[in-house]
Every structure is written in C-alpha cells, then in structure tokens.
Design a protein around this ligand. Sequence first.
Ligand code: NAG
Ligand code: NAG
Ligand code: NAG
Ligand code: NAG
Ligand code: NAG
Ligand code: NAG
Ligand code: NAG
Length: 471
Amino acid sequence: MGSFHLKLPFLRILFLTFATAGLFLDSEARHHKHMFKRHKHHKHDYPSISLPPSPQPDDPADAPTSSVRSGVFDVRSFGAVGDGFTDDTEAFKEAWDAACSCSDSESAVLHAPLGYTFMIQSTIFTGPCQTDLIFQVDGSVVPPDGPDSWPKNISKHQWLVFYRVEGMSLQGGGRIDGRGEKWWDLPCKPHKGVNGTTMPGPCDSPIAIRFFESSNLTVKGLRIQNSPQFHFRFDDCHNVHIESIHVTAPALSPNTDGIHIENTNNVEIYNSFISNGDDCISIGSGCYDVDIRNMTCGPGHGISIGSLGNHNSRACVHNVTVRDSLIRLSSNGVRIKTWQGGSGSVSGVTFDNIRMDEVRNPIIIDQFYCLGKGCSNQTSAVVVTDILYSNLKGTYDVRSPPMHFACSDAVPCSNITLADIELLPSVGEMVLDPFCWNAYGNLESLTIPPVSCLLEGVPPQPLLASGIDQC
Ligand SMILES: *[C@@H]1O[C@H](CO)[C@@H](O)[C@H](O)[C@H]1NC(C)=O
Ligand SMILES: *[C@@H]1O[C@H](CO)[C@@H](O)[C@H](O)[C@H]1NC(C)=O
Ligand SMILES: *[C@@H]1O[C@H](CO)[C@@H](O)[C@H](O)[C@H]1NC(C)=O
Ligand SMILES: *[C@@H]1O[C@H](CO)[C@@H](O)[C@H](O)[C@H]1NC(C)=O
Ligand SMILES: *[C@@H]1O[C@H](CO)[C@@H](O)[C@H](O)[C@H]1NC(C)=O
Ligand SMILES: *[C@@H]1O[C@H](CO)[C@@H](O)[C@H](O)[C@H]1NC(C)=O
Ligand SMILES: *[C@@H]1O[C@H](CO)[C@@H](O)[C@H](O)[C@H]1NC(C)=O
C-alpha cells in the first residue's frame, strides 16, 4: 500500500479541532455524513489484536512498522514519536483520517502500539467512517500535563472526543492517563484554596473521553486513570457496550465520575472496576434501557441516577437495572437524586444482588438534592416510582441510616419494593432506623434493619395527579 498521506480532499473536514466550549456542527460534515451512510450490521465482538494487558516499556529503538498490514494504521507510520513529550496529535489525526476512509477491509484499526507513550492534545475524531473502526490502544496515551500546558485556544472541557461515530470499538491492553493532578489542585476545586477553602477562578477541567451523537460503540479492556474530570461521558448515544475496563483515580479527586451517560439508551456496562473520587456510574436525564452488572465500585460515591430536574428541567429515566455488583468504601451505594422542582420521572429501576461493604448510605433516594445553599422547596418534582431493591446485603458506616427515602412533599415516591435487604453496621451494635419521608411502598420480606416507615398503598390521587408526567 502506498502513502496514507494521500487523501481525498473532503476527508480534511472530518477533523475539527476547536476552541469553543461545545461541538460545532459543520454543514459540510452533515453533508458528508449522508455520503457515508450505508447499511451496517452491528458486531459486538470485534476482531481482537490485543496484546498483554499491562504495557511494559519496550525498547524504543524498535523500528516503527512502515509496512502497514492491510487495514491496520499504526500511528507511528504517520509520524507519531511516542516519547511522552513530542506532540503526536497530527499523527493521530492523520491515522484516523486514513483508517476512517478505508473501505477495502472488513474493519480498520488505528493502532497505538505497546511500549510508547503518545502525548496528544484535545482532539475530535469525527465519523462516520467507511467501515467499523477499531481504536486500539496498547501503549499509553496522555494529554498535556495540567492547565498551564493546555493550549490557550483549545477547549478545556474535553480531551478525546468521538463525534458522530458509528460502529466503533475503543479497546486494547493499554492505558489512557488523564494526568488530572494539576487540575484537581486548582484553587477553585473544593478544599484546594488557601486553608482548605474554595476560591473563585477558572475551573473548567476536561472530560477524558467523550462520545457524542454516536452509536454501536464498544469500550473494552482499557485502563483509564486520573481524568481531570469525568473519565467517560456519553451524550446522545445509543447501543453502548462497556466491558472489562479499569478506571482509577484517587478518592479525593474532585468530580472524577467513572462513566456518565446522558440522553443515551441501550447501554450495557459490565465486568469492570471503578475506583475514583465521585460517582462510579452516573445516569443523567434521557437515559433508558440500561443494564449494569458485575461491577466493582469504590472507593467512590456509588452508582447514581441523577441529579435530575435541576433548574426545573424535565427529566426522564426508565428501565435501569444494576445487578450482581459490589460497592465498597463509598459514600453512597445506590442513589436516586433529584432537585426540587422539575418534572418527568424515574421509573422501572431494579437494584438486585448488590453487596455493600462499608457504604455510608447504601440505599438512598434524595429528592432534596442541593449543592450549596438556597434550594427552596417547590411544588413540582421529578416523579420517582416503581423502584425495586432486592437482595442488597452488607455493611454500612454508622454515621447515617442504611436506608434513606427522602421524597418530595409535592410528589411522594410510590411503589418502592424492598426484598431481602440485610444491612448491618460495619462496627458496633448500634442500628440506625431507616428514614422515610413521603415514601409509599411495600416489603416483600422482612428486612434488616426492619423498615416500618414506608407508607402503604398508593399516594392520594390529588398529590399524584399534580406531578404526574408519563415521560
Ligand atoms: C491554536 O494556536 C496554535 C498556535 O498559535 C495554532 O497552531 C493552532 O492552529 C490553534 N488551534 C486552534 C484550534 O485554533
Ligand atoms: C447498529 O446496530 C444495529 C443492530 O444492533 C443495527 O441495526 C444498526 O444499523 C447499527 N447502526 C449503525 C449506524 O451502524
Ligand atoms: C490560613 O491559616 C493560617 C493559620 O491558621 C493563618 O495564619 C492565615 O492567615 C490563614 N490565611 C488566610 C488567607 O485565611
Ligand atoms: C466479573 O468481572 C470480573 C472483572 O472485574 C471478571 O474477572 C469476572 O470473571 C466477571 N464475572 C462474571 C461472572 O462474568
Ligand atoms: C429494558 O432494557 C433491557 C436492556 O437493558 C431490554 O432488554 C428490555 O427489553 C427493556 N425492557 C423494556 C420493557 O423495554
Ligand atoms: C423542604 O421540605 C422538607 C420536608 O418537608 C423539610 O424538611 C425542609 O426543611 C424543607 N426545606 C426548606 C428549605 O424549606
Ligand atoms: C411496582 O413496581 C414493580 C417493579 O418494581 C412492577 O413490577 C409493578 O407492576 C409495579 N406496580 C404497580 C401497581 O405499578
């Protein structure tokens, strides 16, 4: 094969690097999206060229493979150096362009090989591509080190962005390291100012990996660590499979959620480990058909639905299952949080077979969620209904009740079901009574500790009618 630098001119526009906060929509890009549209079948199992999981430093003298296997685009063939200092952004962009426009093989592989550390700037990888694309990271990928090294004219909201990509797998045995430390230490972050205060000042910190308006995505096998902010964020995506990933950041790193999904449906997240400074997984508005299983979470803030209804927004989340997982050393276990005000609903949520190990609030619904002061109670709320907790066992940290259902005055929670709950204090004998406020539901079996505060039956009609919104 000849040089990959020979490209059709229109492929140039598939790369957008930019300075503004959001993603801009290029009308030419929209046009080409249609040119590329074609029928695809979804494949969960992409051919794997994975190398051993933990990259060991190779001999860097190892000659770059200039002969490219059909369909494999090694970033070194496009000029990437991989010494951890040289800016390899252009090489990644060119490798993406080449892989993305490759149509003569079943799938195209962009390869960041083992033994190299590639430093790349904030970049948007734009699709759709001509064929299913595998972004194979076996080496390490890092951003510039901290806010001072981040180019002034580039958005500080996001680092690696995949935009309008269909049928892609981000995988490999390598490591994506967000180098978050200098961002977490900005004086604007909680407790980082003088004498532990929080100071005013620029606070934007990049999300490590963001998928936007994309579908049929797989993320598999990678280690992602120390993101400046969320590790993964999916917006407006569908058919998302995340398996066997390992996400780590220190317990005190601010806002480093493991995986956040928003307006995204048909999501499976499984067989993964997440330990960080915020939610393990957070599920935002507009998500449905979400299946989370066999996760190990913690230390961290647990698995959350919300926060929803902020600024009186309408939020809909339904059909979410979290099962067969372990949550340890976390401030929350499974949480549903909504602000006062807002509309919409959270419904059809199942938490099943979850072990809790020293979790402060193992089961919590908080409809009075508020950061800071001055959240007044309002007459509308996001409805919380049809929530099942079954087989949740383990220990809680004795500072707060193991079950906490704080539902809004405006719209009570309804149809909360508890079955096989066994939560014991992690130390001592003192058992704290569950807390309920305006929570309707029933017990399918006796619970430990006993719950006597759930209201029976259904909420009075006028109350229910005032807030009902079927979504
Ligand atoms: C940012 O500035 C650098 C150096 O001035 C320039 O090379 C680059 O093209 C700029 N990037 C954007 C997205 O404007
Ligand atoms: C995504 O996969 C589904 C099947 O799971 C398929 O019907 C659909 O065409 C795929 N979409 C794209 C854009 O590849
Ligand atoms: C920080 O705390 C020290 C010791 O308590 C005090 O002397 C100093 O004035 C404080 N600085 C500010 C800016 O509050
Ligand atoms: C659960 O995930 C772990 C990795 O975190 C894996 O080793 C184990 O095999 C998975 N269990 C099942 C039943 O899939
Ligand atoms: C709920 O979501 C799962 C996928 O997580 C899907 O298989 C199932 O059909 C959905 N149920 C309903 C009632 O839509
Ligand atoms: C909101 O309502 C709850 C429950 O009635 C009450 O405990 C809380 O004090 C109220 N908050 C404000 C700010 O009025
Ligand atoms: C209550 O919720 C359960 C799921 O937890 C659901 O199967 C059941 O249909 C709901 N009951 C009513 C009366 O809506």
